[in-house]
Design a protein around this ligand. Sequence first.
Ligand code: ZN
Length: 465
Amino acid sequence: MDKPVGKDPIEYAVELDLLVSPEQRYSVLEKSFGNLLGSGIPLFSVGGGIYRWVLYQVLLDFHVQRGYKPVMTPHIASAELSKVSGHYDFYKDDMYIFDIDGYEYFIKPMNCPFHVLIFANTLQRYRDIPLPFKIFEPGVVYRYELSGSIHALLRPRGFTQDDAHIFTPPEYLKDAILTVFHEMKDIYTKVFHLPFSEENIYLRLSMGDPGKLGSEFIGTVEEWANAEDALRAVAEEIKSEEDINYREEKGEAAFYGPKLDVVATLGPKEWQIGTIQFDFNLPRRFKLVELVRNVGAAEDLYMVHRAYLGSIERFLGVYLEFTKGRLPFILNPVQVAVYAIRTGTEADLAINNAVLTLRNLLTGEGIRAVAITTDKTSLGRKVRKLETTVRPSVQVFIGEKDIETGKTRVKYYVPGEGQKEKEVAFASVADLFQGVMEIIRELEASVEELTGKKYRLPVDVQYMV
Ligand code: ZN
């Protein structure tokens, strides 16, 4: 298990109100219940819901604009499906299998078999479809983890992959994988503002093991050699074009093919995040190769499995540990806090008015803003409380002097750069609103660059502060 350095990511997630604490005790009438959830099953709270829905919106737009078709697939299916895919024989120890009316079913450990069925159906029905054909889904999967190694974020038993499968003839394979690499870099740097260079990123080229063919890996020696050569050629190209190095590791492949894992050094630790996997097996096991030949679409077919964040839960844990609980503006449940610093004099009326008007103008724009009433003596305590819990990205302070001088301080957090402060001059609250929006637009800019959209989900979060 990956041991966290310093604070456990779950603590940050609970402070931010992204996650219901795994230690939460539920008191109903006189009876107090302990852990009702079971182990390794993260339950996101309302804040976590905001984080995930906004992230899904970004991912959905990002993928659709890059030619992916979004789908949604069920959580369980007949075990027969997993027998055709090979999961039943090669992945059974990680799967939950159960009985319905005397038939074996499985809870999906991967989305691939479902995406294969969707691809096969689309190809059969329309024949003339664009290849490479790309299917995307933030798919929830469940895998068996030993109780000693589970962690609600870093190693859960149920998690969500930002998963996609690319069905491609061999001639497009290299380009498809290079495109995937560039998309991954965009998500890391523009949505999450993570460093992405040879200093902190390398690729792990995870190979099969000829001695374990038939027991741990499916396919022939020749098929594996071809697949590994193809993936190595891509890794070489990434090395020369992007200066990102790769290291080969034997026996670390998926059971269906070799893979390129992205390993990032964030803070003092190394994390495997995204993955790009090459698969010659599933297209054969599901007779997709015959199908593309029959319809005259291509002579051969490969699959690429890829996830950029990998597991959305684990990525969040890694990210919170690295940023010490700071989320990017668009994903932060509490985006803006506006403080009314009251004096106990007549000036309070103008202060209150300004704060409430500003908050309303912001929420009217779809920004999740909260108003906080305080006085000079409690201000420090209230700010500290917010900065150690919901950590708003932007904080505006309005007191008597600010109203008099028409100037105020706005504190804001820029991922990768840290806390900043800016003086905003205003003749009216409408001016102040424009000044704050200017900062907000700056914080939204990198994601807007990716999809051309702003992400506003105006959930009322006032109760969180
Ligand atoms: Zn897959």
